[in-house]
Design a protein around this ligand. Structure first.
Ligand code: ADP
Ligand code: MG
Length: 393
């Protein structure tokens, strides 16, 4: 049988080598400093392992969505400072991603030195998985380690393209932890399996939702994720995230699995503060920012009876005062449930953190889209890119 398996950093020979280390340092910034450092903490074991074993890490990450150009507010400079503090080591920050300056700094590294490159997404080639950009990244190092689980559902230059031009590739410890924890957990979950999905990244998550709806007993839809489903039912909230493509897929899911999908019955809109309205009376240009009270009760009672729970995506714009109710109530219902609970996503985890509920979740993943895709059993392109085919008897 041919199996795809991946190697990890502790199975690689890294002594004296420059290691291009792709991580996810997409942290929230506030007033030019790091507002939450959990993603930095999550990659420390891999960085430390590389240093202790004589490797020279050239660390790279994206931050937010600068769209292929330099956006000074989205520089990784503040992240570099926090990383340095947490490691207790000097981190050399280069304010470019490729080019002669980067080549200079990386080619003169010595054992013990650490380099962090600027935001990968300042370069158009990153999200386009551009070949020459991938080659340039690869040329900086002798080996490549990917520890960016949360980005593994994307096919970008720094996690897919680059692996074609470096022979020696493997995963980091965070990647291993996530793949081991999430692989196969939904093969035979305790039923009912209740999945709650919200958040804002509608177009990038709709396909994965389609997949998950086939294994879930109940699929609760909140946040902006409900918009394409509403549009499919003829209710247009005037939000660009409910684009025609997403609404078409939503329509299909509603037709195929009407008993699985549970949509909000009411919402909270911003009308000089929180005002709840029935779904039938939603104004077409209303600013829909949370699920309403009846929906909260319905979602909570579904979560109460679950055998297994999966949650990604806030139920509303919980960062805004008055619109945290739905997200907080869902988080609390999951925390109180005796079901096995899997929660993931940058913003979702920030909500758990804010309401001090982290400890009451069975497994918290650093991934959002990647977490859902892994659970849906579709595999991840960045993990496939690391795979070595091995023949097993
Ligand atoms: P995660 O990071 O957990 O994967 P997403 O990035 O998909 O989640 O979505 C999180 C964001 O979605 C939050 O910043 C939240 O404010 C926003 N959001 C959720 N519901 C709404 C809504 N109804 N309107 C506007 N923004 C929303
Ligand atoms: Mg997010």
């Amino acid at each position: 049988m041919i199996m795809n398996s991946i190697r990890y950093v502790d199975q690689m020979n890294i002594d004296g080598k420059r290691i291009l280390l792709r991580v996810d340092l997409n942290v929230p910034l506030k007033d030019g400093t790091v507002a939450d450092d959990s993603r930095i903490l999550a990659i420390l074991p891999t960085v430390q392992y590389i240093l202790e074993n004589g490797g020279m890490p050239i660390i790279c990450s994206h931050l937010d969505r600068p769209g292929g150009k330099r956006v000074p507010e989205l520089s990784l400079k503040p992240v570099s400072e926090r990383l340095s503090q947490l490691l207790g080591e000097k981190v050399v920050f280069v304010d470019e991603v490729i080019g002669p300056n980067v080549e200079n700094v990386t080619s003169t590294m010595k054992q013990g030195s650490i380099v962090l490159l600027e935001n990968l997404r300042f370069e158009l080639g990153e999200e386009n998985n551009d070949e020459s950009f991938s080659r340039s990244l690869a040329s900086l190092a002798d080996a490549y380690v990917d520890d960016a689980f949360a980005n593994a559902h994307r096919s970008h230059a720094s996690n897919v393209g680059v692996t074609k031009y470096i022979n020696d590739v493997g995963g980091g410890f965070l990647m291993r932890k996530e793949l081991e924890a999430l692989g196969g957990v939904l093969e035979s979950p305790d039923r009912p399996l209740v999945v709650a999905i919200g958040g804002a990244k509608v177009s990038s998550k709709i396909d994965v939702i389609e997949h998950i709806s086939q294994v879930a007993d109940r699929l609760l839809l909140g946040g902006a994720m409900a918009f394409p489903f509403l549009r499919a039912l003829g209710i247009d909230v005037g939000d660009h995230r409910a684009d025609g493509e997403a609404a078409k897929k939503a329509r299909q899911m509603l037709d195929e699995r009407p008993d699985t999908l549970i949509l909000p019955e009411d919402f909270a809109i911003d009308d000089h503060g929180r005002r709840e309205v029935d779904v039938k009376n939603l104004p077409s240009n209303g600013n829909v920012l949370d699920i309403g009270s009846r929906t909260i009760d319905r979602f909570a009672s579904e979560l109460n009876t679950a055998g297994t729970i999966v949650w990604n995506g806030p139920m509303g714009k919980f960062e805004q005062e008055g619109f945290e109710t739905g997200t907080r109530a869902v988080a609390e219902a999951i925390a109180q449930s005796s079901a096995y609970s899997l929660v993931g996503g940058g913003d979702t985890n920030a909500a758990l953190e804010r309401y001090s509920l982290m400890e009451q979740i069975s497994y918290v993943s650093t991934g959002g889209g990647a977490f859902l895709q892994m659970l849906s059993g579709r595999g991840l392109p960045a993990v496939r890119a690391l795979s070595i085919e091995t023949i097993k008897a």
